[in-house]
Write a protein that binds this ligand. Structure first.
Ligand code: PBG
Ligand code: ZN
Length: 325
């Protein structure tokens, strides 16, 4: 083996470093989340997530148009219903006239195949108890929840969604969604599975944004942060059930999981740079503790270096607009 005694030789100039860099982050690697509300003319900042807005469908179309000019072509939609629309089973999630299906139709009408639409498929924003499935005697039950999630995915597919993305962590939901989509003729609608999703404190700002904090916690369905082999199991199961892409979430505290999942999966691997990771950086930057540009670049590079093909992140717009990547 050729041992380089002087590795600094290859770090001497910016051009040399650029020439041999192993990893990069480009616009095509980034997915941008949006929080879609009902009504029109709504565009207001989410308190816990500086720079991220609640938007109504009309404003969303404008926002996506601006994003597209920056090169951001992949968009992940979360529905944020009013409190009085929530019930025990999250039935508002099946409403064809809901904000998400309406957004899907408008985005497709406006941008066609120039963009990719992805929807979060989960019940927690729509249930009055805030859990990702049905609650029975204080327990989140699996199979009836899965049926509801499959119905929700179908509503999104019918509205023109390109990729549905179940984030609930119920067992068997990828297979159930695949079957439901296929039975209804949506064989070309893809599934991005939140495969290794941990019960994490990093979702705090998001739950504020969606008003979806659960009664109790999600530890009976989201993964235990102490485990990593289980992430491989979840990933293998999701791929066997028909996932086209798999996800690790959160990203930064779980880079080892991204490495492991990357080793197992032949399909694209996605990570979610979640709300807590985002807001910590924004607040630290606002307090003058860190250089936001450098921190964001370093974080995104770390996710790519660990093996993520795609990164779902709230930093995308700033990163491109301000030339951070
Ligand atoms: C819904 C969902 C959550 C996130 C994405 N989908 C919250 C949760 O599971 O509590 C978190 C996203 C983020 O924190 O940015 N199941
Ligand atoms: Zn959920």
């Amino acid at each position: 083996m050729n041992l380089h005694e002087r590795p600094r030789r290859m770090r001497a100039t910016p051009v040399l470093r650029e020439m041999i860099a192993e990893t990069n982050v480009e616009a095509r690697h980034l997915v941008t989340p949006h929080f879609v509300v009902g009504g029109s003319g709504v565009e207001h900042e989410i308190g816990s997530m500086p720079g991220v807005n609640h938007v109504s469908v009309d404003k969303l179309v404008e926002e996506v148009g601006r994003d597209l000019e920056l090169g951001l072509k992949s968009h992940l939609l979360f529905g944020v219903p009013e409190n009085d629309e929530k019930d025990a089973r999250g039935n508002a999630a099946l409403e064809e006239k809901g904000a998400v299906p309406e957004a899907l139709r408008q985005l497709k009408k406006q941008f066609g195949d120039d963009i990719i639409t992805i929807t979060d498929v989960c019940l927690c924003a729509y249930t009055d108890h805030g859990h990702c499935g049905f609650l029975e005697n204080g327990t989140v039950i699996n199979d009836p929840s899965v049926e509801q999630l499959a119905r929700m995915a179908l509503v999104h597919a019918e509205a023109g969604c390109d990729i549905v993305s179940p984030s609930d962590m119920m067992d068997g939901r990828v297979g159930a969604i695949r079957t439901k989509l296929d039975e209804n003729g949506f064989t070309n609608t893809s599934i991005l599975a939140y495969s290794a999703k941990y019960a994490s404190a990093y979702y705090g700002p998001f739950r504020d944004a969606c008003d979806s904090a659960p009664q109790g916690d999600r530890k009976s369905y989201q993964m235990d942060p102490r485990n990593s082999r289980e992430a491989v199991l979840e990933t293998i199961l999701d791929i066997a059930e028909g996932a086209d892409m798999v996800m690790v979430k959160p990203a930064l505290a779980y880079l080892d999981i991204i490495v492991k999942v990357r080793e197992q999966a032949l399909c694209p691997v996605v990570c979610y740079n979640v709300s807590g990771e985002y807001s910590l950086v924004k607040n630290a930057a606002a307090a003058g503790l860190v250089d936001e540009a450098a921190i964001v670049r370093e974080n995104l590079l770390a996710m790519r270096r660990a093996g993520s093909d795609l990164i779902i992140t709230y930093h995308g717009r700033d990163a491109l607009q301000k030339g951070w990547i």
